[in-house]
Ligand binder design. Sequence first.
Ligand code: NAD
Length: 450
Amino acid sequence: ISFDGNVTMRITIIGTGYVGLVTGTCLAEYGNDVLCLDVDPRKIEILKSGGIPIYEPGLEEMVKRNVEAGRLRFTTDIEESVAHGTIQFIAVGTPPDEDGSADLKYVTAAARNIGKHMTGYKVIVDKSTVPVGTADKVKAAIAEELAARDNTTSFAVVSNPEFLKEGAAVEDFMRPDRIVIGVEDDTARDLMHSIYAPFVRNHDRILYMDVRSAELTKYAANAMLATRISFMNELANLAEKLGADIEFVRKGIGSDPRIGYHFLYPGVGYGGSCFPKDVQALQRTAAEYGQNLEILNAVESVNYAQKSVLIHKIIQRYGENLKGLHFALWGLSFKPNTDDMREAPSRIVIDGLLARGATVTAYDPVAMHEAQRAIGEKTGLAYADSPKQALESADALVVVTEWKAFRSPDFDEVKTLLKQPVIFDGRNLYEPERMKAEGFEYYPIGRKQP
Ligand code: NAD
């Protein structure tokens, strides 16, 4: 193998979800021969017929291009997938267990499958977010399967956590801020280098480290981001009480380069498939080692409370009993540019409204289908085909996700369609002064009322 970054490698991706599909497609884009495995036949069926099972900007075209070029294929056949790749990326889900720790059953199953069928040297790459020590468990599982069939083939396990953001996943993968590689085997290190060299002309962006540090880096990153969000949410609630405006405070501190502007937006609490579960999993890992992560305990409890902040504002306005009231809800996905509904705050808002006797008509620019799948049928909940339709005959509008499409609505039209001009804004999309001038009763998060 030459390590000029232009080698074609045979790569298998195990788990073709958000991370696996993006990883596989972007690696194929650089000329690698990629086979993506999933145990969910529905996903593989969709991919084989030319569709993609998730919404992610730019992904569909890239999948199509690489499938047509013969560099990207999909399968449910485990033996075929083990035989294919010298490099086997594990990108399966690691959902929270009952106690909050990461459930490793899918990771272990993937490792065992490799151990059962491998015949030559393989590099197994943990791309899933997994607790410190998982690489050792993966190694042990594979070794056990090899031993069971008296096979002495060598292999290496590498930690390569993924930092992509849903909604910008392709861009993040193609132009990463950094690539973290925990590796303690020279051959594996060289192979990893040749895979990633094309993505980073500036090689300083590949950070090599030991496996445990790489595993911890991923949790540290998500825990830090979650901390910033909870910190700002707590301050936003205080600002309201003090008669201060959190938006001025945000700019006032974000302009300090030691702080920076990212992840300082107050709102309805963090959701999604990563922050909630990763914060919990890190707490569990720490607890196993006899350490209590006090900051993260607070981050989590602040977030839990914040998810109900809109419901509290609504109750304050209308009282505990919401019977007879109808709400328009804009935004279902946990953040814009994705259809991901996992741990989406919208679900808590909807449940809170329905539980108090209100009815809801919801709209989301892309997550309608996924929302219907995730939430299912609920009495009192309807879905609209447009933001306008959601507003019809509603007593108030509740904004939950900051999609661009909601940023500058025609306020005259909003006023005409709503029964009363009332907006609860969980994302601070509008200016209180302007809302007052337009004649709205406006309830943002942590802002000074004009
Ligand atoms: P996902 O649920 O979208 O995809 C996981 C896929 O793995 C599913 O399609 C599932 O059917 C498949 N699978 C499960 N067991 C399998 C097996 N034994 N063999 C083959 N396929 C199997 O999950 P995701 O969002 O892509 O996350 C995957 C991992 O990456 C998680 O650990 C997550 O924490 C981490 N991560 C996610 C993101 C993100 O933004 N979604 C970002 C960084 C890291």
